[in-house]
Ligand binder design. Structure first.
Ligand SMILES: [Fe+2]
Length: 429
């Protein structure tokens, strides 16, 4: 029993998607769908990936093995409740017995939604996390979903969450349930070699923050005890998620710069793809905290930022950029909770942590992050994205809506702490 007579959690969970990984793994997609009993599949992708030809190639591979497949290529990049409704009405009455997601997190999350709404049609908000939606559990197991990620980023291929914006409330939230987790991930580094430099760097920093936030999240046994049916998907850092996060950080330290500098570096692409999946397994069980929570209003309130290597039709702050931009300040602030973890993370990312003075120690992780950011073309803080002091109130308000993530923070965090983090993230160098 804890000192307040509230028992602490003693149990944690670790769930993950079976994975097939390697150069050319895509060629085995029909074998796996057949093995899973799929005869009539829906391929879910977006227009950008469609243009590169991979979805058509996968459809041909499936057809050669007697599996028919339709393609839904209208995935909204950064899905919304409306885009989930659109995919729900698309699948209505079509009896797909399996799903193939091809793309980044948006396509994989949309395929999770397609799978859910095929099996259990309902208004989208019924399943959306409380307090924004009703938070109803997914009623039962879904059809097989095989995910082929084309970015080394979100790790959505291994997670039980489908993220989206609720447009009327201007808030990002999602549907979380273990039944949403893909049945299998096919990770083929060759599907990422054509990504341009910034479409490699931003998702790379998404991977980095997944690993770092999970590694430093409030430990599972420093939380209240849950009944098994009420235990959240994100249970907090634990000995198993730590292993995946540590290895992901090590790969990022070695391969992120290389993958950005030379997209055809297949070794770097392979380890970045692995890092994304490892970090996905880590955060899919432990959970992310402050940088991901602040990232939601940072992306949602975008003014006129338009990054290189992205479509120019509307201003956008890509997810990976929105999460890394406050990370150096956040990890300076969380340092006192677990100095050894912060030093270890910096070391895994490539920093020398021997012989540091007491004053240098809290700075080593922020400095390591800043060096990676500068080397890969990340803008210099929130000011470079168009935010100033006057925006702090709106950013704080948006962040405080993300209690689902803020409970994972190792320190108690409210408006005052967020203001400090935001103000120290305006300009770094
Ligand atoms: Fe993320």
């Amino acid at each position: 029993m804890g000192c307040l007579d509230i028992p602490n959690e003693t149990v944690f969970t670790m769930e993950m998607t079976p994975i097939k990984v390697g150069v050319g793994a895509t060629d085995e997609v029909a074998y796996d769908l057949k093995r899973l009993g799929v005869r009539h599949a829906l391929i879910v992708t977006d227009h950008g990936v469609m243009k590169l030809g991979l979805p058509e190639r996968v459809r041909t591979l499936l057809q050669e093995d007697g599996i028919s497949a339709d393609i839904f290529d209208d995935v909204h990049v950064e899905p919304t409740d409306k885009s989930f409704e659109a995919i729900a009405s698309f699948v209505h009455g079509r009896d797909y017995d399996g799903f193939v997601a091809i793309g980044g997190g948006s396509s994989i999350d949309s395929a999770k939604a397609a799978n859910l709404f095929t099996a259990y049609p309902a208004p989208v908000l019924d399943y959306v996390n409380k307090p924004i939606g009703k938070g109803l559990p997914v009623p039962g197991p879904l059809k097989p979903l095989v995910a082929l990620p084309t970015t080394a980023g979100t790790g959505s291929e291994t997670t039980a969450v489908a993220i989206m914006d609720v447009l009327s409330l201007k808030v990002k939230t999602g549907i979380s349930h273990r039944y949403l987790r893909p049945t299998m991930a096919i990770i083929d580094p060759l599907n990422t070699v054509t990504l341009p430099p910034m479409a490699t760097a931003y998702p790379g920093f998404d991977v980095l923050t997944h690993a770092l936030e999970s590694y430093t999240s409030r430990p599972y046994d420093a939380r209240p005890k849950h009944k098994p049916e009420e235990r959240p998907v994100y249970v907090g850092s634990n000995p198993i998620s730590d292993l995946w996060c540590e290895k992901a950080l090590e790969y990022l330290g070695r391969y992120l710069r290389r993958a950005v500098l030379n997209g055809m570096d297949v070794e770097a692409r392979t380890y970045m793809a692995l890092a994304a999946t490892y970090a996905g397994i880590g955060f899919g069980n432990a959970g992310v905290h402050v940088p991901h929570a602040i990232a939601y209003p940072i992306a949602g309130l975008v003014k006129n930022f338009s990054p290189p290597d992205y479509p120019k039709d509307e201003p956008i702050i890509p997810h990976g950029l929105s999460v890394i931009i406050t990370a150096p300040s956040t990890f300076r602030w969380t340092y006192p909770v677990s100095p050894e973890r912060h030093l270890r993370a910096a070391q895994l990312l490539g920093a020398n942590v021997n012989g540091l003075t007491a004053a240098e120690m809290p700075e080593v992780l922020p400095r390591t992050l800043l060096s990676l950011m500068r080397d890969t073309g990340i803008p210099n803080g929130l000011a470079a994205l168009g935010y100033g002091d006057a925006d702090a109130g709106a950013l704080i308000e948006g962040t405080l809506k993300q209690q689902r993530l803020l409970v994972n923070c190792p320190r108690d965090v409210g408006a005052e702490e967020l203001r400090h983090i935001i103000q120290s993230s305006l300009e770094y160098w």
